[in-house]
Write a protein that binds this ligand. Structure first.
Ligand code: NAP
Length: 438
């Protein structure tokens, strides 16, 4: 039997994900060698504290605090430190040295992806980051490779498990946001500082990556309109449920034509109403899913665990084997194509349906006045439902109106909502939420 070539693998970080990657590299060394055509030798693990207790027992001599030296001597570098620096400098150094790099660092990719992609192209090496979006779910390679002969028109993703868990708790128990968040923290689904998740920043970073690969154009974090879930109330969830919807935090990237006829891509993250029969509505707890619409493939759905050390390590190992195979077999090391050149549209140019909840005076002619106002702003109403309430103490009747509009531009919808607020028959606007999948 011919001796297999050895490829040196440097691991940067040994936390939740890194420790599991190290374990699999050691435990499954023979199987990985058979699949790759080379032995993947873990040459070292860079950490901050070499004596820290790890989730997995690993040979102590592998640990070092000298990440720079480790990177210089590697064929493949796995970056699982997180954060911007020193991850960015180490990845650039690895690429310049001709090493292929695997990372799960969505924050870095969203902030400075183009610098990294260009460095990889220049060096002719592979930069892969399947783990950066939706953890274990194979989603980036299907977009980049399997769908590269198709035209993707729309991507809808539940790409943040923490917010999906919180919204699901609110939906199934009627809890308020703060209580559902506390439960998520108690169960370890949310960090002590949950800002990046609940404000939508984590999902926005993933939306930029999904849009970049789907539309062959580089989209940065500043192209993503981002709204989190902190203002979603138990009343919003209950009203949505009553009307046959569920509220999800969606990352959306879609091709649209704006009011002036210009084609572009809208990339946004916001709480969204989905009909309960939509495939994404069935994604419960901390699970993730990505729903893709493509011209020829039609509708596709990818579902699985979006986080966790072992599931995420699966995605990292997949990238590693793929990069190692290319090193063994040779061939081009392309990471992505950027031939699309579609501009990013602002949120005002996006078209969407709205769900609007109104508390109105129970008087004759109110519905007609509201419908007329919508028509004057060019927004057509798809569903209008009225429920009458009687205040137990004052005996005064008021009506709750729930309106779902057809797709219209954000600008037209925002103007309509402002105009509705000015009507004397409106007691309050109780919710304004975007709707997809109708
Ligand atoms: P983590 O548990 O916080 O681990 C980070 C590791 O990096 C630790 O071992 C730490 O060393 C090391 N490290 C941090 N800064 C360092 C520095 N300046 N020099 C040397 N070592 C340093 O992180 P994680 O949860 O495994 O996540 C790693 C990456 O994967 C992140 O980019 C994250 O966004 C991404 N990701 C994570 C998940 C997930 O479920 N956790 C899912 C998808 C993607 P010490 O141990 O000595 O402190």
């Amino acid at each position: 039997m011919t001796e297999l070539r050895t490829l040196k693998v440097a691991l940067l970080g040994c936390g939740n994900v890194g420790a599991q990657v190290a374990r699999i590299l050691i435990e499954d060394a023979d199987a990985l060698a058979a699949r790759t055509g080379a032995r993947l030798q873990l040459s070292g693990i860079a950490v901050r504290n070499v004596n820290a207790k790890r989730d997995v027992e690993l040979p102590q001599e592998l640990f070092t605090t000298d990440a720079e030296t480790l990177v210089k001597d590697a064929d493949l570098v796995i970056e699982l430190m997180g954060g911007i620096e020193p991850a960015r400098t180490l990845i650039l150094s690895a690429l310049e040295n001709g090493a292929c790099v695997v990372t799960g660092n969505k924050a870095l990719l969203a902030q400075d992806g183009p610098t990294l992609y260009e460095a990889a192209d220049k060096a002719g090496v592979q930069l892969s980051y399947e783990a950066a979006v939706a953890g274990a779910i194979p989603i980036l390679r299907p977009i980049r490779d399997s769908l590269s002969g198709d035209r993707i028109t729309r991507v809808l993703g539940i790409v943040n498990g923490t917010t999906n868990f919180i919204l699901d708790q609110m939906d199934s128990t009627g809890a308020q946001f703060a209580d559902a968040l506390a439960e998520a923290q108690r169960l370890g689904y949310a960090e002590a500082d949950p800002t990046a998740d609940v404000e939508g920043h984590d999902a926005a970073a993933k939306a930029a990556i999904l849009a970049t690969l789907s539309f062959h154009t580089r989209f940065a974090l500043e192209n993503v309109h981002c709204e989190g879930i902190t203002s979603v109330s138990a009343a919003d969830i209950a009203a949505a449920k009553d009307a046959g919807f569920v509220i999800k935090l969606l990352a959306i990237a879609e091709k649209l034509t704006d009011a002036d006829g210009n084609e572009g891509v809208s990339v946004r993250v916001h709480p969204t109403l989905l009909p309960r029969e939509h495939p994404l509505a069935a994604v419960r707890g901390a699970f993730n899913a990505v729903f893709i619409e493509a011209e020829n493939a039609g509708e596709l759905m990818f579902y699985g665990q979006g986080a966790g050390g072992t599931p995420t390590a699966s995605a990292v190992l997949g990238d590693l084997v793929s990069a190692a195979r290319r090193l063994v077999l040779g061939g081009p090391q392309r990471t992505e194509t950027t031939t699309g050149h579609v501009p990013a549209l602002t949120i005002e140019a996006a078209t969407t349906s709205y769900y609007i909840g109104l508390d109105v005076a129970d008087q004759p002619g109110v519905l007609a006045r509201i419908a007329q106002l919508f028509a004057e702003h060019g927004v057509s109403i798809e569903i209008m439902r009225q429920t009458i309430h009687k205040d137990a103490e004052s005996n005064v009747e008021s009506a709750e109106l729930r309106i779902v509009t057809h797709r219209a531009s954000e600008a037209a919808l925002a103007a309509t909502v402002e105009a509705v607020k000015g009507l004397d028959v409106i007691n309050s606007v109780t919710s304004v939420l975007r709707v997809e999948g109708v």
